[in-house]
Design a protein around this ligand. Structure first.
Ligand code: MLT
Length: 309
């Protein structure tokens, strides 16, 4: 009888994942917070590696992962995995594209309101004992145009919520069919049209060679004067230096950023601007989403390791 497959969980995953691996007869070690050298030292003992975003599965790690068959990312983005090296070594990389989509879409909607009503600044001012009713004049979102860059799993949920808020939703997404656009109640447009028409732009695209700096200086300054930008996708989609200029000059009224070019982002000129709302990559950070992605990744990896499916 062959030995049970062994899985290493190297990031903080819900305990529900451990229970699933064990129930499926898989040996599991839970070791979050390993340093790269520590990971390289032990990875050779495992058939599967379950991660979130902290573990970097580099070529160097894969080179010593002699038994590894599968890397499971509890979440969507696999940008912390060297997918081409993994593929070249026959290691399957899987993610959980649906488990945290609602949560991330809700964060983007929360960011729209945070910007429209300057909630973080107004809260800080009120707690500081000021009562600045006249300082915080907001804008309604109802009737405004929301531009979605990316209308996939997360973008389509944002569209659904925004339509419910009586926003007019336009979307740029090369993979969006006209039929799907009609189903979502959005108008499919090209990127230049979206940039020119939207009052709010929200990004829901992966970071790739094609999408890197998709909102570059030229496009940021082509946005409507007074428009607002929300990024809960990936930092490199927006040119941060150009965004700083666009905000400081008053061309854009505000930006809400959950993701940054470099993370953890502990210092940025953007932090000094009043019209910028920041959160530390919290898009997927709800109890529900973390439970979902942990359960899904554990089931998917178990299926793969036990049946090859
Ligand atoms: C994801 O890719 O699933 C999200 O960005 C969440 C995360 O990285 O933690």
């Amino acid at each position: 009888m062959s030995a049970a497959p062994k899985v290493l969980i190297s990031d903080k995953l819900s305990p529900a994942a451990i229970a699933i691996f064990q129930r499926r007869g898989i040996e599991v070690d839970f070791k979050p917070g390993l340093k790269p050298a520590e990971l390289r030292e032990i990875i050779g003992n495992y058939d599967g590696l379950a991660i979130r975003s902290a573990t970097k599965v580099t070529r160097e790690v894969l080179e010593v992962a002699s038994r590894l068959k599968v890397v499971g990312r509890a979440g969507i983005g696999v940008d912390n995995v060297d997918v081409s090296s993994a593929t070249a070594r026959g290691v399957v990389v899987m993610n959980t594209p649906h488990g945290n989509a609602i949560t991330t879409a809700e964060h983007a909607i929360a960011m729209i309101f945070a910007l429209a009503r300057q909630l973080p600044e107004a809260s800080a001012s009120t707690k500081a004992g000021k009562w600045e009713k006249n300082r915080f004049m907001g804008v309604e979102v109802s009737g405004k145009t929301l531009g979605l860059i990316g209308a996939g799993n997360i973008g389509s949920i944002v569209a659904n919520r925004a339509v419910g808020l009586h926003m007019k939703v336009i979307a740029f997404d090369p993979f969006l069919s006209e039929k799907r656009a009609v189903e979502l109640g959005v108008e499919k447009v090209d990127l230049d049209t979206l940039v020119a028409r939207a009052d709010f732009i929200t990004l829901h695209a992966p970071y790739t060679e094609q999408t890197k700096n998709i909102l570059n200086r030229e496009r940021l300054f082509a946005m409507k004067k007074g428009a607002r930008l929300i990024n809960c996708a990936r930092g490199g989609l927006v040119d941060e230096a150009a965004l700083f200029e666009a905000l400081q000059s008053g061309h854009l009224a505000g930006a809400a950023l959950d993701v940054f070019e470099t993370e953890p982002a502990t210092d940025s000129p953007l932090f000094g601007l009043e019209n910028v709302v920041c959160t530390p990559h919290l898009g997927a950070a709800t109890a529900e989403a973390q439970e979902n992605v942990a359960l899904q990744v554990a089931e998917q990896m178990s299926d793969f390791l036990l049946t090859g499916a």
